[in-house]
Design a binder for this molecule. Sequence first.
Ligand code: IMP
Ligand code: MG
Length: 181
Amino acid sequence: MSRKKDHHFALPAVVFGRERIADRVTTLAARISRDYASRELTIISILKGSVVFCADLMRHLAVPCVLDFMAVASYEGQRSRGVVKIVSDLRESPVGKHLLVVEDIVDTGYTLQYLKDNLQTRAPASIRTCVLLDKPSARKVPIRADYVGFTAPDRFLVGYGLDYREHYRHLPYIGAVKGTH
Ligand code: IMP
Ligand code: MG
């Protein structure tokens, strides 16, 4: 088997390690459980980036919850186009539900703002947002998630669900790829 291309997949340097992530996810889940008390939560995991985070987060929730997915496209490689469209919509009706949008990272903010605006038109009981990573340095629209895992440095991050051209999602930690600044 050729090893020619292996350098493209060199392991990224650790930015947030797995234990640090696990601690933070537990804390976020406890806060969410407290805030929602006995209300039923509808978790909307945004594909694909949030699946690893969401899977860990929901296993620490102490409130009843239902899971749904949405897929949006807004990003080509590393450059946001500022255009968001729904690629795959919810399977369940969000009407009258307490929605918690779970996303991997908020960068320019276009995606999260679009999702909030779009879901708001569908008569939910409430909408909140939970992001693993917040990159405030890249923000184009003034949106702040209700629950934030970590404030991220201005670097391109991968792992724990986040990808660089579909690679690295499986890494158990969050790292920065060399050469992506
Ligand atoms: P926004 O619309 O610019 O806020 O971008 C949100 C989306 O861009 C996220 O759901 C990610 O898919 C992607 N994204 C932004 N920054 C990064 C990064 O550092 N690593 C991986 N994906 C990123
Ligand atoms: Mg994404």
